[in-house]
Ligand binder design. Structure first.
Ligand SMILES: NC(=O)C1=CN([C@@H]2O[C@H](COP(=O)(O)OP(=O)(O)OC[C@H]3O[C@@H](n4cnc5c(N)ncnc54)[C@H](O)[C@@H]3O)[C@@H](O)[C@H]2O)[C@@H](O)CC1
Ligand SMILES: Nc1ncnc2c1ncn2[C@@H]1O[C@H](COP(=O)(O)OP(=O)(O)O)[C@@H](O)[C@H]1O
Ligand SMILES: [Mg+2]
Length: 275
C-alpha cells in the first residue's frame, strides 16, 4: 500500500486557464438531506463549491432550501420530491454526489433508484452515507458510470460483508475488485482503493471526529472530480486536502468543525496548486 504525500496536490490542482468559465469547472448535482439531515447535504454542497466546482445544484427536502441559501447562495436548489426535475438535472450534470443525509426510508430508496436510472456512463458519481447503506441492504442496482464509494468502516461492513475488525487491505481488495468503482474507506487511517493501486492517507486527527466530517469530504471529492481530469488523482488529492486542512487547524484547536475545513479549502488549494 502506497502512502500519499503532498506531491499529489500540485499534480492534480492545475493552474486555471484564463480562457475558462463556470462550465469549464463542472456541473455538480448533490442529492440528499431529508427533513432531519439537511446539514449533511448543505455541508457537502458547500464543500463542492469551495473546492471550485463551476455550477452546483442541491436536490434536497424543501425544508432545507432557506438554510442552504443562507449558507451557500452559490448553490441552486431543487425539491427532492420533483422526480422529473431531478432526472433532467442529473442528465445535464458532469458529476453527481448522492447520499449525505438522504436517509433510509422508502422515499430515500425511491430517490436513489430514480437517480441511478438517470445516470449516464461518462458521469462521475460519488456514493456516500445513506446511499451506501441502502445499496448494501436493499440490493439497489448500480448504474454504469465512474463510481466512487466513500464508506466509513461501518458502511463498508454493510457493503462488503467484512466485519470492521477484519477489514485488512487484502480482504478489502478482494471486495473492491468485484465493485465497479473506487473505494475511499474512511477511518482514522483512511485507505483509497482504485483499479490499479491502494493508498493510505497518512494525515488526519481525532479533532476531526465530528458529525458532518464525511459529508464534507463527499462534497470535496465531488468538486475535485468535477474539475480535474484524472479521476483517481482527484479523489486522492481531495482526501489529502481534507485531512491536511484539519491537521493545520488542529495545531491550535481541540476540535475541527466541518465548516471550518470548508472555509479553508480555497486558500489551501491556492497554496498547493501547480506553480
Ligand atoms: N448534520 C447532519 O445532517 C448529519 C447527517 N449525517 C447523515 O446521517 C446518515 C447516517 O450516517 P451515520 O454515519 O451517522 O450513521 P451509520 O449508522 O451509517 O453509522 C454510524 C455508526 O457507525 C459506527 N462506526 C464504526 N466505525 C466508524 C467509523 N470509522 N466512522 C464512522 N462511524 C463508525 C459509529 O459508531 C455509529 O454507531 C448519513 O446519511 C449521513 O450523511 C451524519 O453525517 C451526521 C451529521
Ligand atoms: N480519529 C480520526 N482521525 C482521522 N480522521 C478521522 C477521525 N475520525 C473521523 N475522521 C474522518 O472524518 C470523516 C468521518 O466521516 P463519516 O463518518 O462519514 O462522517 P459523517 O457521515 O458524520 O459526515 C472521515 O473522513 C474520517 O476519515
Ligand atoms: Mg458519512
Amino acid at each position: 500500500m502506497e502512502t500519499l504525500t503532498a506531491a499529489i496536490l500540485p499534480q492534480t490542482i492545475r493552474k486555471r486557464p484564463a480562457n475558462s468559465h463556470k462550465g469549464t469547472y463542472g456541473r455538480v448535482v448533490l442529492i440528499g438531506g431529508n427533513d432531519n439531515f439537511g446539514g449533511a447535504i448543505i455541508m457537502a454542497s458547500a464543500a463542492a463549491i469551495y473546492s471550485g466546482a463551476g455550477l452546483v445544484t442541491t436536490v434536497t427536502a424543501q425544508s432545507n432550501q432557506t438554510s442552504l441559501h443562507d449558507r451557500v447562495p452559490e448553490a441552486m436548489f431543487a425539491d427532492i420530491t420533483d422526480t422529473n426535475l431531478m432526472a433532467s438535472l442529473i442528465t445535464a450534470a458532469d458529476t453527481v454526489v448522492i447520499g449525505p443525509g438522504l436517509g433510509t426510508t422508502d422515499h430515500s430508496r425511491t430517490v436513489l433508484i430514480t437517480a441511478f436510472k438517470n445516470i449516464c456512463p461518462d458521469q462521475r458519481v460519488v456514493i456516500d452515507g445513506s446511499a451506501i447503506t441502502l445499496i448494501a441492504t436493499d440490493q439497489v442496482t448500480l448504474p454504469k458510470a465512474h463510481l466512487i464509494f466513500t464508506p466509513h468502516q461501518m458502511e463498508w461492513q454493510r457493503l462488503s460483508g467484512i466485519a470492521i475488525a477484519d477489514q485488512t487491505p487484502d480482504r478489502n481488495r478482494q471486495i473492491v475488485d468485484r465493485l465497479p468503482g473506487i473505494v475511499v474507506l474512511k477511518s482514522h487511517h483512511t485507505e483509497i482503493y482504485t483499479a490499479t493501486g491502494s493508498y493510505r492517507n497518512p494525515l488526519g486527527t481525532p479533532a476531526q471526529a465530528t458529525g458532518g466530517m464525511g459529508d464534507t469530504l463527499a462534497g470535496m471529492v465531488g468538486g475535485f472530480v468535477a474539475q480535474f481530469a484524472d479521476e483517481s488523482q482527484a479523489v486522492l488529492a481531495a482526501v489529502y486536502t481534507h485531512s491536511a486542512i484539519a491537521e493545520e487547524l488542529a495545531t491550535t484547536q481541540y476540535v475541527v468543525l466541518p465548516h471550518q475545513i470548508i472555509t479553508e479549502i480555497p486558500r489551501f488549494m491556492k497554496t498547493h496548486s501547480e506553480k
